[in-house]
Design a protein around this ligand. Structure first.
Ligand code: ADP
Length: 472
């Protein structure tokens, strides 16, 4: 029987959180332990030394004051210190009344020399001694100082304090610390569990949503959360989903458009073929008419397929620019030949206005494509205003090439999107205006590749002006 082992995933947020929290709790406990248990004695001792010294210094300063004796008594009361005053022959001057012995003097008369001699010999103001008691482990602090001279006699001060043993306190602290440690670890565990769950939940949620997306459900929405980063991530993913959905929609549309745009000319070609076979066969005039239609439809099919091919070529970015110098005017005239039948048969006008120099260095074939696309769009979207103007103008910093029509124009909110791949303004979608929504996308690619500035100015029902600028 195979038993499933519970594996602790050390990369999961939950485990990481728990580790960090426990680590932090342990660190704080260690710090507490060091301070409260290991170093407590030396802490306590140095604190006591400082305190005793302070008292000694204050009393020394007060020597000679009227109520000097009272203030000494107050100090020994309040601060639990023993205070004695000696003269230079080592006799105890204060306290003389045994009732004043709140604290046993720690210096015996015989020790006077031991403690005060260094003070006298080295002419020091004060000395602080830390001496262990003989019997017990605790130590006592002795502060001695020279008070001053009065009536020809020198006086000395001794302040003593006990450093009480802290073992019992340490014992209490140790027990407390054990309890605190246990509580901290449990708390760290609970807290990390809850926090990590709260943090991990939106992420787990997102993973679930992403899996749905992967399965092809594009209606998903990534939930934003309580955290800025998670909200950012969710927004980004929602944006990406939106873009993905758009692309997929657009592909669907394209397939629909392409099938439609391929099927219609094919149907026309087929039916005209049948008409020639069955009806116009011997009627030369009618036959030629039918053949002409077939040729036109084939032309359309060719250009349509070319568009698709151009697109895939440009998209794969395999093509480099083949730069050469040429005249924009000449190139425009050459492109115009392709619209001759419109001029002759349908009364279109294609005036060209040239001002200044129009020779540029660029990839001629690609620029030809841009010009062709601009002009044929002008034709396609000009309805009955059959005039498309080309302006080539030399400006200070660039040569501007523009194609102007007086047709349907483009709504302001659509102007940006027309350069998108497969984008077509919906209301334009009529059979007589065939298109793939690829033309401007291809133009955009070509002009960007050249690093030429380009754009469009347009007003609905007044016409559009598409331009690009060649820097000098
Ligand atoms: P299409 O093959 O549809 O013409 P394009 O990429 O060339 O594709 O153009 C995209 C869309 O921009 C067109 O479908 C049309 O709606 C709009 N458009 C382009 N040129 C013009 C114009 N001169 N006047 C009005 N609308 C235009």
């Amino acid at each position: 029987m195979i038993r499933k082992r519970v594996v602790l995933d050390e990369k999961s947020i939950r485990v990481k959180f728990w580790l960090y929290f426990s680590g932090m709790a342990l660190f704080i406990l260690l710090l507490l332990w060091l301070l409260q248990i290991v170093f407590i004695n030396s802490f306590y001792q140095s604190m006591k030394i400082r305190e005793t010294k302070n008292i000694g210094e204050t009393i020394t300063k007060e020597f000679g004051n009227e109520n000097f004796e009272d203030s000494i008594l107050t100090y020994s009361f309040e601060k639990s210190v023993g205070i004695q005053i000696y003269n230079d022959s080592g006799s105890l001057i204060f306290p003389l009344n045994p009732l004043d012995y709140f604290y046993q003097p720690i210096i015996q008369i015989k020790d006077f020399n031991k403690y005060f001699q260094p003070l006298i010999e080295q002419n020091l103001q004060d000395i602080t001694y830390v001496e262990p008691f003989k019997e017990s482990e605790s130590s006592s602090i002795l502060y001695v100082s020279y008070l001053g001279e009065q009536a020809g006699e020198k006086y000395f001060l001794a302040v003593s304090a006990n450093v009480d043993p802290v073992e019992s306190t340490v014992e209490i602290l140790k027990n407390q610390l054990i309890i605190v440690s246990a509580i901290s670890i449990i708390l760290a565990f609970i807290l990390s569990y809850f926090l990590s769950s709260r943090l991990a939940a939106p992420l787990t949620n997102m993973a679930k949503t992403a899996r749905q997306l992967g399965r092809g459900n594009y209606d998903v929405k990534f939930q934003t959360g309580d955290y800025t980063e998670i909200t950012d991530l969710a927004n980004t993913l929602n944006y990406a989903t939106g873009e993905l959905t758009k692309t997929i929609e657009v592909r669907k549309d394209l397939i629909a458009n392409v099938s439609h745009d391929l099927k219609t000319p094919l149907t026309v070609i087929k039916s005209y073929g049948e008409m020639i076979r069955d009806i116009s066969g011997d009627n030369k005039e009618l036959r030629n008419q039918h053949i002409q239609t077939i040729l036109e439809e084939s032309d359309y099919l060719t250009s349509f397929v070319n568009d698709l091919l151009d697109l895939s070529k440009i998209e794969s970015e395999l093509e480099d620019l083949h730069l050469e110098e040429f005249s924009l005017e000449e190139l425009t005239k050459e492109v115009m030949h392709r619209f001759d039948y419109l001029r002759k048969e349908q009364g279109y006008e294609f005036p060209i206005f040239v001002q200044g120099k129009n020779d540029i260095v660029a990839d001629k074939n690609k620029i030809r494509q841009v010009i062709y696309n601009f002009i044929s769009n002008g034709v396609n979207y000009s309805k009955d205003k059959k005039r498309i103007e080309v302006h080539i103008e030399e400006k200070e910093n660039w040569i501007e090439y523009s194609v102007k029509d007086f047709g349907i124009g483009i709504a302001e909110d659509k102007v940006k999107q027309i350069w998108d791949r497969y984008y077509r303004v919906r209301d334009n979608y009529e059979r007589q205006v065939v298109g793939t929504g690829l033309g401007l996308y291809i133009c955009q690619n070509i002009l960007t590749l050249h690093k030429f500035d380009f754009g469009v100015e347009s007003k609905i029902n007044e016409g559009s002006r598409f331009y690009f600028r060649i820097p000098k």
